[in-house]
Design a protein around this ligand. Structure first.
Ligand code: HEC
Ligand code: HEC
Length: 181
């Protein structure tokens, strides 16, 4: 019957556009260099005390496991936390790691470039980090505001929210000319 057919197509049309809308709403983050951060403030409070709170998606899970196993000797410093806290942190780091179940294409590329028998402890030593920064002029790194390449926040003000988009670069005065338009 004519009218049944119309209602059915309308229902299908609504469903399809609804799904497309959902898909679009979730899509942009893949292109904008936004890494998911765990809910709550534990990672930022505990791991952001001495440096940026590195997003879990910057390293594979085995790197985080190795790091969380030896927090009392963390790059020569004691960064240990109480066990319930470290277990909760490890779970978030593993769940959201570069090779975690919900990793997007960007994170999969990060993980894919790490040899399977390695568990790098530095984000700045990964092939991905080096590739992303290959064209950043040397003098940016030497700026005393930066200090070390691991000081993401000096150039990426959104680092502690996992935001690294080229459109959000913010080193005072000198990086603005780097933004591609
Ligand atoms: C007591 C201070 C302190 C705390 C707390 C701390 N770290 Fe660190 N972290 C350091 C130091 C020092 C370095 C080495 C910095 C350098 O040499 O550039 C470092 C380096 C790192 C690096 C490598 C950065 C790079 O160069 O790519 C990662 C990843 C890291 N820390 C993760 C964590 C995580 C995860 C936590 C929380 C569980 C944490 N840190 C807590 C002091 C700390
Ligand atoms: C000296 C300044 C500086 C520091 C420090 C720095 N970055 Fe960057 N980063 C840049 C610049 C500039 C670009 C854009 C490079 C380009 O477009 O070729 C960039 C690009 C990126 C991108 C790719 C962005 C995109 O849109 O695809 C990621 C991801 C990133 N950085 C992560 C990090 C992380 C993680 C850290 C710390 C471990 C860090 N950066 C430290 C300057 C910096």
């Amino acid at each position: 019957m004519q009218s049944d057919f119309t209602w059915k197509s309308l229902a299908i049309f609504t469903l399809v556009t609804g799904l497309a809308g959902l898909w679009l709403a979730n899509a942009p983050s893949h292109d904008e260099a936004v890494f998911p951060m765990p809910r709550g403030k534990t990672l930022v409070n505990e791991c952001g005390r001495c440096h940026a709170a590195y997003a879990p998606g910057l390293l594979p899970a085995r790197s985080w496991r190795k790091m969380m196993d030896a927090l009392d000797d963390h790059f020569g410093e004691d960064a240990s936390v109480l066990e319930p806290v470290s277990l909760a942190l490890l779970k978030d780091l593993e769940d959201m790691a570069a090779d975690g179940a919900f990793a997007d294409m960007r994170m999969r590329r990060i993980a894919g470039a790490v040899p399977v028998d390695e568990a790098p402890q530095r984000v700045t030593e990964t092939a991905y980090f080096k590739a992303m920064h290959a064209s950043v002029p040397k003098h940016y790194w030497k700026n005393p505001v930066v200090g070390s390449p691991g000081n993401c926040g000096a150039c990426h003000p959104g680092a502690n929210e996992g935001r690294f988009s080229e459109l959000e670069l913010g080193m005072p005065g000198s990086l603005s000319d780097f933004v591609r338009r």
